[in-house]
Design a protein around this ligand. Structure first.
Ligand SMILES: [Zn+2]
Length: 135
């Protein structure tokens, strides 16, 4: 991969990171808003409202799990940007082989070739499960 291509991916990664950052701010607001505060004053004990409460909790947990996802992707993006700086971008961090361009076009922050990514999915069982929770 030449410097020009790397530069193009750098721009793509920055744009993607910015977009994710915006989405995360919205989701954070949503999760906070639904976790009580103003909304709790409107709740009554009737079964009808229990259903509403349930769906609020569901939406909130969706927002939280989306946030965890986005945060993981942001981590991937910043790792990809450091690989660009290090000049190793576009190579699988596991086997060192080139990651196919169409894969990078789809996922510019991909750190593994398809083979190694599949292997990892099999090993972890679920590629969406967050490995650690830190702030
Ligand atoms: Zn690989």
């Amino acid at each position: 991969m030449n410097a020009q291509e790397m530069d193009r991916y750098r721009h793509q990664l920055f744009a993607l990171g910015e977009r994710l950052h915006n989405t995360m701010s919205e989701l954070t607001g949503e999760a906070l808003r639904q976790s009580g505060g103003e909304a709790s004053g409107q709740l009554s004990n009737t079964p009808l409202h229990m259903a509403d409460l349930g769906s609020d909790n569901f939406e909130q947990s969706v927002a939280v799990s989306l946030l965890q996802n986005e945060r993981a992707v942001l981590g991937e993006i910043s790792a990809a940007l450091s690989r660009i700086d290090a000049g190793t971008f576009g190579r699988c961090i596991q086997c060192g082989r080139d990651i196919p361009t169409d894969r990078l076009e789809a996922i510019p922050y991909a750190s593994h070739c398809i083979r190694c990514a599949r292997q990892q999915e099999v090993e972890t069982g679920d590629r969406q499960s967050p490995r650690q929770e830190s702030d």
